[in-house]
Design a protein around this ligand. Structure first.
Ligand SMILES: [Zn+2]
Ligand SMILES: [Zn+2]
Length: 646
């Protein structure tokens, strides 16, 4: 008999040779039907793999990321089979599962593949799938493997790098592929598939190698899931921040200024400013002090901080001055500057914590192929802050930072998030700097803060940086995509490198602990995420322009201006569209510009001192007529609903 431990901690006994499928069956038939992959003692196994030792078993269904991975990886085998049948003589290389779907890199030789072929490939995959072929793993010798792929130089290269005894094949139907395993039980559960795109990809990602064709696809256990996925993709295209940024006139990229260097247009700058003011205000209440540091620093500064050794060669190169030997670097991080601010005078434990905040612009070199809208740029502004505290204050400080991050998420409509606490790998103590006692203190402080604040969190061993544990938030946007936002990082390294000290109650010098935190991350990336999350319909408090006044004709311009003044007196951000255009056209444009409120002004409105209110997206409804004062209260109420005081 062997003992199997399940994720809930329960231990069950089975005869040796039991399969994950059998274990699932012993729990419930429903589970057995849905289990598509498994993990035994940290290794992915098939649901049909016989288990012969004691160990921990996790069973995966489609609802688990690992289940999806097995599903998509298995489908890539089926796609490879379909492609090989349809395009004889092609050479298959690798075909992994990715975050959304799978791909296969193929040397199509003389064959050409285009979008017009996708439907036929999908049909062939589904036809094979319907036949319910089982995926069966078998091990092979290196010689056998090399023989099978003697005409395929790519697989041959892969096999040559493998050790004899570790090589295996996966068979299904008449198809065999070199594979490590991790499949669904049979092809029959693949009910829907879509070939998404083809793209060029160099063999092994090296541009010196031959360019292959990467075929991307995705598959699902239900047709409905595919339909929903495709709708989500369409919605994501509509919400693409690069598209919205252009339409809403928020930012612009100029080839003349340079790649990856965003230019903020007036409306975008106003949006940024509003976000900054919002955070500044909350930070002030939380005891932060604002500082300002230059955009460049001496190379020595980053040699001291360790950034130069780590990123120097792969980033912007030093700036030389006419003076001999002077070298400066564009600032890649604000932390070294803030350490020197701390070092500007001696501190006692009674002065701590010190919290320095800066909207600090930093520059990091990214290859041009890596640049993407506002999410990957070469110059960006972090909502950065560094907290210098005693080890005993860490607990309290961490909780305060979490409060601030949650306040930011709440005010911006991010309601769905989880947290990850990254701690040391206890089997690898040499990897980390700082003393063990402090690490324990910090890890416990983070975990207790996460618990205390009611976060939905997981603890990941071995994920901590060498210089300290951290907490990351994973935020889900309106389309269900995850973004990492609001990292809180403990650091024992920089205080050491910059020789930061404070005088303790024992009159001796001690090292403070440093916390890095940035709730937004960077203004650029955050605004990109916010645009895609809201589709440009920001919370009312944040909207660069909240109201647009549309006059029916020039006759009512005077009254329209009066309305504008009144709104402005109440600090409502409004704009008047008094162009000589039809009201229909003005409304359509205002809808596109995502104005939350449109006020239509005509004769009735002027005579009764009212406004006719039309809300964004409510084109079917009739407008509501109200007194201007009523409208002002309506806006004020709506604003207070979306933003609370910190
Ligand atoms: Zn496989
Ligand atoms: Zn930092």
């Amino acid at each position: 008999m062997i003992k199997i431990t399940l994720p809930d901690g329960s231990v069950r006994e089975y005869a040796s040779g039991v399969t994950p499928h059998n274990v699932a069956l012993s729990i419930s038939e429903g589970l057995a039907r849905n289990v598509i992959s498994a993990n035994f003692n940290g290794t992915t196994v098939e649901t049909t793999t016989p288990l012969t030792t004691d160990g921990s078993l996790t069973l995966y269904t489609w609802n688990d990321a690992e289940g999806k991975k097995a599903f998509w990886h298995s489908t890539s085998h089926v796609m490879a089979q379909a492609l090989q049948e349809m395009y004889p003589g092609i050479k298959l290389t690798i075909g992994p599962a990715i975050e959304n779907g799978f791909y296969y890199d193929v040397d199509f030789g003389e064959n050409k593949i285009s979008e017009n072929d996708f439907k036929a490939i999908e049909d062939r995959i589904l036809a094979i799938s319907k036949e319910k072929h089982e995926f069966k793993m078998r091990s092979a010798t290196k010689a056998e493997a090399l023989e099978l792929y003697k005409d395929n130089e790519y697989k041959t290269e892969l096999i040559q790098n493998l050790e004899d005894g570790t090589i295996s094949f996966c068979d299904h139907a008449t198809f065999t592929d070199l594979c490590r395993g991790g499949h669904i039980p049979n092809t029959g559960i693949i009910k829907a598939v879509k070939i998404l795109s083809v793209a060029g990809a160099y063999w092994r990602g090296d541009e010196k190698n031959k360019q292959l064709t990467r075929v991307y696809g995705i598959s699902f256990p239900k047709q409905k899931d595919l339909t929903e996925y495709l709708e989500m993709i369409e919605e994501a295209k509509r919400r693409d921040h690069r598209k919205l940024g252009k339409e809403l006139e928020l930012f612009h990229f100029s080839q003349r200024v340079g790649q990856g260097l965003p230019l903020w247009l007036p409306k975008g700058a106003a949006l940024r400013d509003r976000l900054e003011q919002f955070l500044r205000k909350a930070q002030k209440k939380a005891g932060y002090e604002q500082v300002v540091t230059p955009h460049i620093g001496q190379k020595e500064l980053y040699v001291t901080s360790g950034h130069y050794a780590k990123y120097g060669a792969d980033s912007f190169q030093p700036i030389h001055t006419p003076a001999e030997g002077e070298e400066f670097l564009l600032k890649p991080m604000n932390c070294p500057h803030h350490c020197e601010i701390y070092n500007a005078k001696p501190w006692s434990y009674k002065d701590l914590p010190k919290r320095y905040a800066e909207f600090g612009t930093v520059y990091r070199y990214e290859q041009s192929g890596e640049l993407h809208g506002l999410t990957r740029v070469r110059g960006f502004t972090q909502d950065d802050a560094h907290i210098f505290c005693t080890p005993d204050q860490l607990d309290e400080e961490f909780k305060k930072v979490i409060d601030l991050v949650l306040y930011v998420f709440g005010s911006l409509g991010f309601e769905n998030f989880t947290a990850q606490v990254s701690v040391r790998d206890l089997n690898n103590p040499d990897k980390y700097i700082g003393n063990v006692e402090n690490w324990e203190k910090a890890e416990n402080a983070i975990i207790s803060a996460a618990k205390d604040k009611g976060l939905n969190y997981v603890v990941e061993s071995g994920e901590a940086a060498f210089y300290g544990p951290k907490l990351d938030f994973m935020v889900k946007d309106a389309l269900g995509r995850s973004w990492q936002l609001g990292t809180i990082q403990v650091d024992y390294n920089l205080p050491e490198r910059f020789d930061l000290t404070y005088k303790g109650s024992d009159d001796k010098l001690h090292r403070p602990v440093m916390i890095h935190r940035a709730p937004f991350g960077s203004m650029e990336r955050f605004i990109a995420i916010l645009l895609e999350h809201t589709g440009g319909h920001f919370p009312l408090w944040l909207m660069p322009e909240q109201v647009i006044i549309l006059s029916l004709s020039e006759k009512y311009e005077k009254y329209a201006k009066k309305v504008l003044d009144l709104l402005e007196n109440h600090e409502i951000r409004a704009k008047l569209d008094d162009r000589n255009e039809t009201i229909g056209k003005k409304i359509r444009e205002a809808e596109l510009q995502k104005y939350p409120f449109m006020l239509i002004i005509g004769e009735d409105e002027e005579n009764n001192a009212t406004v006719s209110v039309r809300k964004q997206g409510e084109s079917g409804k009739s407008n509501t007529s109200m007194k201007i004062e009523e409208f002002v209260s309506l806006i004020e109420e709506e604003v207070s609903k979306t933003i609370k005081q910190f």
